[in-house]
Ligand binder design. Structure first.
Ligand SMILES: *Cc1c(COP(=O)(O)O)cnc(C)c1O
Length: 374
C-alpha cells in the first residue's frame, strides 16, 4: 500500500448515464395479468383478436436458424410490389419502434427539437430523449391532432415531427388534406415521420396520402408495422419508406440483422394472405361500430367513446364512474384494458377491439358499473 492511502476511503465512482437518458420514463407495455396474477383477456396492446394468418404460422416452421438475410430482400420486394414502391426506398426494422428511434437518432441530437402531440404514442418521447434532443409537445384539439398547434411550435431547432395516423391512444385520424397541410407548413429540412401502424384499418377512401408524400418529397418518412393487423407483434417486423437519402441514413445505423429469419418468412406469408387481412379489417370495422353504439346507448352516464379509425377506442369517463374504477371492474370481470394516467389520460381507457363476445361482455360490464356508480 502506498503512503497516500491513509486518507478516509472514498466511494468508488460508477458509470454515470447521460442526463438525457436518465430523464426517460421507460415504456410501459400493456398488462396481460390481473393483480393476483391470473391471466385476463388482453385488450390492452391493440393485438389482432383473430390471431395470426395461418399461412404465416406455417411459414414459421420453415425458417432457417442461421443469420437472416440482412437486407430482407424478398420481403422488401413483396412490400414494394404491394404498395407500388421501389424496394430500394424501403428499410426494415425490428418492429417500427426501431425505425422511429432511428429516425430521431439520424436527424436530431442535443440542442435539437422533436415535436409530437400530447396524447401521442409514448415511443416518440423516448426516441427524442434517447438521442439527447428536446421533446416539444403540441396541445391537442379535443384529443385529436391539431396541425396548427404543431406548426406553431416549429423553430429553427426543429429537426423531426412525429405524427401517428391514426393516432394511438386516441384513435383520431387526420384526413389527407390535413397531412398535406402539415407537410406544406414545415421547412424542407424538417423530417416529417408519419407513423401508419394502424394504416390497414383505415377505410380505403380515407387514405391520408402519406405514402404519396414519402414518394414525392425528400423530407417524409412513413413507417408501417406487421404487429397490428398482421398479428405478428411477437416477431418484431416493421418497415419504412422515404427518399433514398433517408433510407441510406437509417440503413447506416440499424442493426445489421435486425429482422429475424422467422420474422421475414412470416411477414412474407402474411402479406400474401389477403383473406386473413380482409377478415381482420372487416371484423374490426363492424365490431368497433357495434361497441361504440353500445357505449353511446349508455348516454347520460358520461361515457364518451372518441371517434376511432384504428383497432381500439379511447373511452372518456366524464360521469360518476371513473376510468380507474372501470379499469378495476373490468379486470374483475376478466378483461385487461389500458388505463393511461402516466400519459395524462387519467379519465380514459383505451380498449382494443376484441372478439364479439368479449366486446359484449365489456359493454355489459361498463353498463352495470355506470348504472351503479354515484
Ligand atoms: C403499436 C404501434 C407501433 C408499432 O410498434 P412495433 O414496434 O412495430 O410493434 C408504432 N406506432 C404506433 C402508434 C403504435 O401504436
Amino acid at each position: 500500500m502506498s503512503e497516500t492511502d491513509t486518507s478516509a476511503p472514498t466511494l468508488a465512482k460508477c458509470p454515470a448515464p447521460k442526463p438525457w437518458i436518465e430523464a426517460i420514463h421507460a415504456y410501459v407495455p400493456g398488462r396481460s395479468k390481473g393483480k393476483d396474477g391470473r391471466p385476463l383477456v388482453k385488450l390492452s396492446a391493440n393485438e389482432n383478436p383473430l390471431g395470426t394468418s395461418p399461412a404465416a404460422l406455417a411459414a414459421r416452421a420453415q425458417a432457417p436458424a442461421l443469420y437472416p438475410d440482412p437486407d430482407s430482400t424478398e420481403l422488401r420486394a413483396a412490400i414494394g410490389a404491394r404498395h407500388g414502391i421501389d424496394a430500394a426506398r424501403i428499410v426494415m426494422g425490428t418492429g417500427s419502434d426501431e425505425l422511429l428511434n432511428l429516425a430521431a437518432q439520424g436527424y436530431a441530437g442535443p440542442g435539437d427539437e422533436v415535436i409530437y402531440v400530447r396524447y401521442g404514442f409514448s415511443v416518440y418521447d423516448i426516441a427524442a430523449r434517447r438521442c439527447g434532443a428536446t421533446p416539444v409537445v403540441a396541445p391537442d384539439c379535443d384529443f385529436g391532432t391539431d396541425v396548427d398547434a404543431l406548426l406553431a411550435l416549429v423553430s429553427e431547432r426543429t429537426r423531426v415531427v412525429f405524427v401517428a395516423n391514426p393516432n394511438n391512444p386516441t384513435g383520431s385520424f387526420l384526413p389527407g388534406g390535413e397531412i398535406a397541410r402539415l407537410h406544406a407548413g414545415l421547412p424542407s429540412d424538417v423530417l416529417l415521420v408519419i407513423d401508419q401502424a394502424y394504416g390497414e384499418y383505415v377505410a380505403a377512401h380515407d387514405d391520408d396520402g402519406g405514402l404519396a408524400l414519402a414518394e414525392a418529397h425528400e423530407n417524409v418518412l412513413v413507417t408501417r408495422t406487421f404487429s397490428k393487423i398482421f398479428g405478428l407483434a411477437g416477431e418484431r417486423v416493421g418497415w419504412a419508406t422515404g427518399a433514398p437519402g433517408i433510407i441510406a441514413t437509417l440503413n447506416r445505423i440499424r442493426g445489421p440483422f435486425n429482422v429475424s429469419a422467422t420474422g421475414q418468412a412470416m411477414a412474407l406469408a402474411a402479406l400474401g394472405d389477403a383473406a386473413f387481412l380482409e377478415d381482420s379489417r372487416v371484423h374490426n370495422r363492424d365490431e368497433r361500430a357495434r361497441f361504440v353504439g353500445q357505449l353511446e346507448a349508455l348516454g347520460n352516464h358520461g361515457l364518451r367513446p372518441l371517434p376511432s379509425q384504428a383497432n381500439f377506442v379511447l373511452v372518456l369517463f366524464e360521469g360518476a364512474l371513473t376510468a380507474e374504477a372501470a379499469f378495476e371492474g373490468l379486470a374483475e370481470r376478466g378483461y385487461i384494458v389500458r388505463w393511461l394516467p402516466g400519459q395524462g389520460l387519467r379519465q380514459a381507457l383505451r380498449i382494443t377491439i376484441g372478439k364479439c363476445e368479449d366486446m359484449d361482455a365489456i359493454a355489459a360490464g361498463l353498463r352495470e358499473m355506470a348504472e351503479n356508480a354515484k
